[in-house]
Ligand binder design. Structure first.
Ligand SMILES: *[C@@H]1O[C@H](CO)[C@@H](O)[C@H](O)[C@H]1NC(C)=O
Ligand SMILES: *[C@@H]1O[C@H](CO)[C@@H](O)[C@H](O)[C@H]1NC(C)=O
Length: 255
């Protein structure tokens, strides 16, 4: 929720300028705010850094927000963010639920889900590496820890201790052993059958993505480079620019 507030705030800061802007470029650009609102980026950086400092899970929340809206730096990769994405004037809960990959998916379904957005298997594995940050709620991994067989038994036991068969749906567990570090521990976990979500372990389960998971697990630079590339690619999905879309005053609803 706080992440929404940050984005709303930043959107609000630039709204008045954007409203009078004649810009109608059809592509995003890292320089979008240079003229329309030079203070936007330093302001956003300051607010985001303060928020992440206060609550480290914020980094993961922001990553998730970016992912959800298209489909920070905690150490880790940096890249030139393509700016100027407008908010949609419509929203569909059904479409969002249908288009977003779920934590219960197997590899073919994940590949398909990404393919529908123009993303390939490398994007899938690199972006799943975003699970190097943050946590997941018990209801998203209960079936995996209780029913899956491609899981390290000791790991399953540990996770079940905070995610019982009944109740505790929102109890949190880290997505990798170092949930505040942008490292390759997530991929190392997969190689050891310690992926938290069914959809995480699906990436290393004898299928076509095993090789890439293995490669990233020992090569942080390759992971970071591909992650940055795939984030830019994801940021360009279904863009609205210029006179299309709007900058919402309240991110939760159309103006
Ligand atoms: C385990 O799988 C069975 C059969 O699909 C299902 O009925 C049960 O609810 C699952 N257990 C959990 C904890 O999800
Ligand atoms: C629960 O896990 C079992 C074993 O992996 C699987 O067959 C079943 O489809 C899963 N159920 C859900 C709802 O994901």
């Amino acid at each position: 929720m706080v992440s929404r507030t940050i984005f709303c705030l930043s959107a609000f800061l630039v709204l008045s300028v954007l409203a009078t802007s004649a810009s109608s470029s059809k592509i995003l650009s890292p320089y979008y705010y240079n003229h329309v609102c030079p203070k936007a980026l330093p302001t956003i950086k300051r607010v985001v850094e303060a928020a992440v400092y206060k609550e480290r899970r914020m980094g993961a929340s922001l990553l998730r927000l970016h992912f959800h809206d298209c489909f920070v730096n905690l150490g880790g990769p940096t890249w030139a963010v393509q700016l100027g994405r407008k908010d949609s004037t419509t929203a569909s809960r059904d479409k969002a639920n249908n288009d977003l990959p779920s934590p219960f998916m197997d590899l073919p379904a994940l590949i398909n889900s990404f393919k529908r957005q123009g993303l390939n298997e490398r994007d899938l594995v690199a972006l799943s590496g975003g699970h190097t940050l943050g946590s997941a709620q018990c209801f998203t991994f209960r079936n995996r820890t209780h029913n899956d067989t491609n899981i390290d038994p000791k790991f399953a036991k540990q996770r079940k201790s905070t995610c019982p068969l009944v109740g505790g749906d929102s109890n949190l567990a880290p997505l990798d052993p170092t949930p505040a570090r942008f490292d390759v521990a997530y991929f190392n976990g997969l190689v050891k059958k310690r992926g938290l979500l069914h959809s995480d372990q699906a990436l290393f389960n004898g299928g076509s993505t095993d090789g890439l998971v293995k490669a990233y697990s020992s090569n942080a630079k390759a992971f970071w480079a591909d992650f940055a590339k795939s984030m830019v690619k994801m940021g360009n999905i279904n863009i609205l620019t210029g006179k299309q879309g709007q900058v919402r005053l309240n991110c939760r609803k159309v103006n």
